[in-house]
Ligand binder design. Structure first.
Ligand code: UD1
Ligand code: UDP
Length: 373
């Protein structure tokens, strides 16, 4: 039996690792698999664990309000040591580019486990954007033994960095496995949060969905984002802007200060994953700086304005669903107005695309590990 440890800590990692956890558990004769959460996020992680019915074997419960990168990184590495010693996994799976992923990859490398990187090979090659994620994923890439790249573009980035081709597998992104598995469950979902949103919406009212949290946008970037949204709300009083606000205090403060009290802006707590899928489907356009939302939206046929200057996810930009607008107030405002008014452009950007996979990524990953000696 191969011993597998899956380590994650934030909301997006949990969503993207959940189908892989299930896949390993369903092969229990070949794998002894365990889950360790750092709980870099707490409430936002628990929402996902509950929906996917995952009970972690280890919960480090590390989140602190307003935590900083230095102590978070150090604490994760230190706290993982005894777990890696106790379980002694053959393979450790980490996901993407968070501090949990980077620190867990290093700790696993120190302990002699094979490191497997899900969502490998995404790059902007700009070390400050996204910060610190670009450096996190490059570090994970350097210590990983196996690289599960979502697309051929991400594989090509790894090949360009001299990664051995036999250690790379193009799988699609596991976010699509999670999405396809959940979309069915969401169809007839009745939920108090959905009822609350419906109470605040007219039947035909157009919805602009907003999310945002990137560290490089904290401060001046968020001030500009919120000013653009306030102008949009004033110019389009019939449209409802719904914004589930990330729990990071550096995000909550400017968003609440600038946008609370604006009539057609609904500020709400982070939504559970199924309710968020329901809301994406109910929306006309999405404005976000999220990586995961950029990947989900093309599969739902929703145009996305991405509030970033660079993206490591060029596939949806090439497909025409995603447009980069940075944190430029004019650009966010003008492009949102245009998408709401220009039907032709809206239609073109709403075409369904699936650049990030077919929902079978986890099966490919588990088969790959299964056939290793
Ligand atoms: C983190 C990741 C980022 C990822 C994002 C997904 C790093 C450096 N950042 O950013 O890559 O895209 O998660 O959302 O790894 N908080 C809560 N409850 C929660 C979650 C967060 O209160 O459930 C608050 C806490 O005050 C916490 C703060 O948010 O200290 C920041 O959390 P942190 O994980 O450090 O950064 P994020 O901005 O969430
Ligand atoms: N999401 C959610 N509830 C919300 C907002 C987002 O469940 O209120 C989901 C979304 O569907 C996507 C993921 O969270 O799968 C994205 O997380 P986030 O934007 O925090 O991180 P990123 O993807 O940018 O790392």
């Amino acid at each position: 039996m191969k011993k597998v440890l899956l380590i994650f800590g934030t909301r997006p990692e949990a969503i993207k690792m959940a189908p892989l956890v299930k896949k390993f558990k369903s092969h229990s004769t070949a794998f002894d698999s365990k889950v360790c959460v750092t709980a870099q996020h707490r409430e936002m992680l628990d929402q996902v664990l509950e929906f996917f019915e995952i009970e972690p074997d280890y919960d480090l419960d590390l989140m602190k309000p307003g935590q900083n990168l230095h102590s978070l990184t150090a604490t994760i590495i230190e706290s993982l040591k005894p777990i890696l010693e106790e379980f002694s996994p053959d393979f450790v799976f980490v996901h993407g580019d968070t501090t949990t992923s980077m620190a867990a990859a290093l700790a696993s490398f120190y302990s002699g486990a094979k490191v497997c990187h899900i969502e490998a090979g995404l790059r902007t090659y700009d070390k400050l954007s996204p910060f610190p994620e670009e450096i996190n994923r490059q570090i994970v890439g350097r210590v990983s033994d196996y690289h599960f790249a979502p697309t051929s573009k991400s594989r090509d980035n790894l090949l360009q960095e001299q990664v051995d081709v036999s250690t790379i597998l193009v799988t699609g992104n596991t976010v699509i496995d999670a999405l396809l598995e959940s979309v069915e469950r969401v169809k007839n979902l009745s939920n108090p949060d959905i009822d609350f949103i419906k109470q605040n919406l007219r039947e035909e009212q157009e919805v602009v969905l907003v999310t945002g949290h990137r560290r490089e946008n904290h401060g001046a970037g968020f001030e500009r984002i919120c000013s653009a949204l306030k102008r949009l709300a004033t110019q389009k009083p019939d449209v409802k802007i719904i914004y589930p606000v990330h729990l990071n205090p550096k995000v909550k403060e400017p968003v609440n200060r600038i946008l609370s009290g604006v009539d057609n802006v609904l500020l709400i707590e982070p939504l559970s994953y199924p309710v968020f899928i329901w809301l994406m489907n109910r929306s006309k356009i999405i404005i976000t700086d999220s990586g995961g939302v950029q990947e989900e939206a093309p599969s739902l046929g929703k145009p996305v304005l991405v509030m970033r200057d660079t993206t490591e996810r060029p596939e949806a930009v090439d497909a025409g669903t995603v447009l980069l607008v940075g944190t430029n107030e004019e650009l966010i405002y003008n492009e949102a107005i245009d998408l709401l008014e220009n039907e032709d452009r809206f239609r073109k950007m709403s075409e369904l695309h699936n650049p990030y996979g077919d929902g079978k990524s986890c099966a490919r990953i588990v088969n790959f590990i299964n056939q290793l000696n």
